[in-house]
Design a protein around this ligand. Sequence first.
Ligand SMILES: Nc1ncnc2c1ncn2[C@@H]1O[C@H](COP(=O)(O)OP(=O)(O)OP(=O)(O)O)[C@@H](O)[C@H]1O
Ligand SMILES: [Mg+2]
Length: 359
Amino acid sequence: MQFDLSIFNPKARSLIGLDISSSAVKMVELANDGKGGYRVERYSVEILPRDVVADGNIVNLESAAETVRRAWKKLATSTRLVAAALPASHVITKKIIVAAGQREEELELLVESEANQYIPFALDEVNLDFQVVGPAPSSPEEIEVLIAASRKEKVEDRVAVVESAGLKPVVMDVESYAVLSSLELIQKQLPDGGKGQIIALVDVGANVMNLTVLRDGQQLYAREQAFGGNQLTQDIARLYGMTFEEAEAEKRRSSLPDNYEAELLQPFVESMALEVSRALQFFFTSTQFNKVDHVVLSGGCAVLPGVDEVVASRTQINTIVANPFADMVLSDRVRAKSLLADASSLMVACGLALRRFDE
Ligand SMILES: Nc1ncnc2c1ncn2[C@@H]1O[C@H](COP(=O)(O)OP(=O)(O)OP(=O)(O)O)[C@@H](O)[C@H]1O
Ligand SMILES: [Mg+2]
C-alpha cells in the first residue's frame, strides 16, 4: 500500500528505504545480486536527539531533517530517491468488496464514497489510496480492495522532512507493511519456510514493545505496550552519572564498566523475557490459540547479549533474532559485524528498500 506521491517505477532506479523511528533515522539500500537474491549496498543509522519523534509524530521537523541529512551523508550514495513510511497508528485501513471488472476511474469513485462513510474527517484532509487484494473469497464476480487513508498533515510532515534534507520521497508506505516484507525473508530461514506455522514477532524498540502474531503473513493478533530500551539507557545514565545521550552511546558500543552486566543488563534482559511471556499469555487467553511455533525478536533490544536464550527458556518456544539480511550478499562497504548488530532494528528500512523491486 503506497500513497500516491509521484508514481514512478522504482524498479530500475536505486532507492533508499528510510525509517524515521523514535530513536534513530535508519537507511538501507539494496540491489539485485544477479542470482535472484539481494545485495546490501549500504546502510546507515543516525541517532535522533530525544523527543524529536514521539508516538510516531515528528515533533521537531528541523532537527529530524538535519538527522536525515547526516544519515544520507554517511550512507554515501548517489541516489536521492526515498521510500518512507507512516506508523500504522496514523493510517486507517479497511477492506471492501466490490464487483470485479471495473475500470480504474470507477474504482476510484467507489473507494471515495466508501471512505466517506468510515473516515472520521473530511476527505480533502486525507490522503487516500487503494490496492486490489485479489478475488473475493465469497464470490468470483467480486474483488477485495484494501483502502488506506491518512491525514494529509501526517504525510506532509514526513515529506517535508525528507525534502528539506535534500531528498525526494517517491513512495510513502505503512511501517507495518514494510515489516511484513522483511518478515517474509526471515520466515524463509525457518524450518519448512515457516509455512502454516504461528509466528510471534516481538519488536522491542526504545519505548514500545509490539507483539504481532502471524500465520502465512496474515496477522492473527497485535498488541502494544510501553516497554523498551530507554529504560535500560536511563538506568545506565543514573548508575554511572552520565547524560542520557552518553549512556545511549556507551550502551550501543557495549563499552560499559564490568558491573554493568550483572547490575543492569541481566535484570533488563530478564524483565524483557518476562514481558514477552506475559504478552504471549495474554494472546493465549484472549484468543482460541494455545501455541506459538516461533518467536522472532526484532528491534534494537533483540541484540542484547543472550536475550534470545532467556526468552526461549522462559517461554519454551524456539526463539530467533530477526535478521532480514541473513541470506543477502554484502557489498564491500558493509561490515558484516556492524550489520549483524543493527539488523534487528532495520526491519522497516529493509522492507522499504525492497520496494525498489516491486512490480
Ligand atoms: N547494539 C545495541 N546494543 C544494545 N542496545 C541497542 C543496540 N542497538 C540499539 N539498541 C537499543 O535499542 C533501542 C532502539 O531500538 P529501535 O531502533 O528498534 O527503536 P525505535 O524503533 O527507534 O523505537 P520505538 O520502536 O520504541 O519507537 C534503544 O533503546 C537502543 O539503545
Ligand atoms: Mg520501532
